[in-house]
Write a protein that binds this ligand. Structure first.
Ligand SMILES: NC(=O)c1ccc[n+]([C@@H]2O[C@H](COP(=O)([O-])OP(=O)(O)OC[C@H]3O[C@@H](n4cnc5c(N)ncnc54)[C@H](OP(=O)(O)O)[C@@H]3O)[C@@H](O)[C@H]2O)c1
Length: 316
């Protein structure tokens, strides 16, 4: 496809999506928001979707609504997986490996954001870093072999926030004990996810593996990302922003991750998403990527630390 970011072009839309019959997609955090919309669009093209969600009740409700839309035979299921608990990620990965023989794409979509006060995951990590980065780092590692056997790909859902925080990894205080800040910690975790994606690309390339890794962002989309965990000011600001044309639907927010999960001839070491004003809205294509996200020294250090913290070693 063209990765032209010229705003006069329409960019990637699901109109480009051929039948996905026979393909299986795994999506984290798919009961709502962009992950749910990605699920809907993929199901509408005949794919199987396995959702990895933390809440069984919300997951069942999401599946009920998908069955109403597409019929009882729609190929959607879920496993409970809480990215805030490494043991839960391990259990979910075990279930997937036992029951899902083929993974065409693993889409790392689930996230938390703008948590007002410092919180910790079950394993003691600052919550944004633990859920958004460490949880996915472990999940990708545990499922990698199945993705490789399937000639599949991994999609990292980043954020424009990667360039709105401290623009590096805060190795001397990964839990932000000294300077906790709801936005900076979110941005830090999204940068960590993206650096993991680019580092994984590089390591797979060096190892001669065919698995592709793509990094994207959803722009600014109307979802439930800013919820009761966020401070009042953040909630007011985001609800006002959501009324402006600079914020798009959750469905449009799903386009980049679907594109990265399905489209041929995308580039590695690239960054895909809405490419219009501020990269918040507009045609989906290639966006400018800041060089600090590609810093191999920082990424390698983060990789080693992530292996230690998750007690998982990649064989790459
Ligand atoms: N919306 C935007 O403007 C925007 C901008 C930049 C980047 N993004 C990125 O887009 C992606 C999708 O977010 P969204 O906007 O669609 O937000 P969303 O509506 O809040 O969806 C996030 C999903 O992640 C799940 N999740 C949260 N914590 C989890 C955990 N511990 N374990 C498993 N799942 C968990 C949520 O589950 P629950 O329903 O149980 O909470 C939900 O299903 C995220 O990676 C986000 O960082 C969004």
């Amino acid at each position: 496809m063209s990765t032209d970011t010229n705003s006069s072009t329409k960019g990637w839309t699901p109109a480009r999506l051929a039948s996905q019959e026979g393909k299986t997609f795994l999506i984290t955090g798919a009961n709502t928001g962009a992950g749910f919309e990605a699920t809907r669009i993929l199901l509408s093209k005949g794919a199987s979707v396995v959702m990895l969600n933390r809440n069984a009740v919300k997951s069942s409700a999401a599946i009920d609504s998908l069955k109403q839309e597409f019929g009882e035979d729609v190929k959607v299921s879920f496993y409970v997986m809480d990215l805030a608990a490494l043991s839960s990620v391990r259990e979910a990965a075990d279930s997937v490996l036992a029951n899902v023989p083929h993974i065409d794409a693993l889409i790392c979509n689930g996230a938390i954001a703008q948590v007002a006060k410092q919180e910790f995951t079950v394993d003691g990590f600052e919550s944004h870093l633990g859920v958004n980065h460490y949880g996915h780092f472990l999940l990708c590692g545990l499922l990698y072999q199945r993705v490789e056997e399937s000639n599949g790909r991994i999609v990292v859902v980043g954020s424009e926030g990667y360039k709105m925080g401290i623009k590096t990894i805060q190795f001397d205080d990964m839990n932000w004990n000294k300077n906790y800040h709801p936005n900076n910690t979110y941005c830090h975790s999204k940068l960590a996810q993206m650096m993991f994606g680019y580092e994984l690309q590089a390591r797979l390339g060096k190892a001669g593996k065919g698995v592709k890794v793509y990094v994207c962002h959803p722009g600014a989309s109307k979802t439930s990302l800013i919820n009761e965990k966020a401070g009042l000011a953040s909630r007011i600001i985001f609800s006002l922003m959501a009324m402006s044309p600079m914020v798009q639907s959750a469905e449009k927010g799903a386009y980049p991750e679907i594109m990265c999960a399905t489209e041929e001839n995308l580039k590695q070491r690239a960054y895909y998403g809405p490419s219009g004003p501020l990269n918040w809205v507009g045609p989906v294509g290639e966006c400018k990527l800041e060089s600090f996200a590609l810093d191999r020294d920082v990424a390698a250090k983060l990789w080693t630390l992530s292996e230690e913290e998750t007690a998982f070693s990649w064989s790459l």
